[in-house]
Design a protein around this ligand. Sequence first.
Ligand SMILES: [Zn+2]
Length: 328
Amino acid sequence: MAEVVHRTPNPFAGGGLDRAMERRADDAWLTARKSDPSSRVVPVWRSCSLVRETSREVATEAAEAGYDPVLLTPAQAEISEPPGEWIFLGLDRGREGDRALFAAAVSGSREPVLAGVGTFVDLRRVGALLEQREGSLLAYARAVVTWSRRHRFCGTCGSPTRSGQGGHVRRCEGEACGAEHFPRTDPAIIVLVTDGDRCLLGRKAIWPDGVYSTLAGFVEPGESVSEAVVREVREESGIEVGAVRYRSSQPWPFPASLMLGFRAERVGGELRVARQELVDARWFGRSDFARRREIGFRLPGRVSIARRLIEDWLAGDRSRGNVPAGTP
Ligand SMILES: [Zn+2]
């Protein structure tokens, strides 16, 4: 299963952060870092990430503004909930030395006042407008904070859990239980189905008007990822696929997915849209993409690996800096 190596990783991947796992068990070091003024905290409030607009230009069709994450100092992060329960993300190795990075939940029904330092936004909205490593950092923070908040009680016995290993485990406090719960990543497949010079895209009712995208679904217990690709495509469209090829992956922390991107070729079946999943699915020829305004369909946003799966196919896999795996 050779991976296509992209010079630019998918949004939310490619952060390159040193996770410094050996420090997760070092409580004294972690406590010292929490009061070190050079440390920084990535806040997550109601699943939203704190950003501010920058003057940096971002090359999108709409020429949108870029965004930078806003990291809090330890003093600013005192509003976290529960207090001081920060999750150690890793070390930012800068020119002036290493600084520890944490993530923390910020509670409250109203947006916390942080002296006008930024705005809390849905990461899906700004993910393509952030620098690679910063998008990755915010995705990592959102994923671990969401997991931690959803596992405050043990799924085995119902007792409260306590954060350990720098926040990367939650241990059950029940006397007879003591179960350990670890952050989850749920694999999901996303696939561009092709049939010669056309590709299959579907549309969900909740998507913006005219958007058609690749088919996707969760890998179920007891199946391999390629089995999940074959099953999902069959269920959603009635199409049978063979030659399932892995392309690349993308962390998708909404709340805990890992998108595994594939290309698959139709080998049989006729298009039959599963209405409980999609409102429509169609074959689009290459020429349809050039005149998509006329036809009235839109591609998924750049934040999703779906867009890259489609664009790589349109470009014949050779442009946009793609190189075969193993090429230096
Ligand atoms: Zn328990």
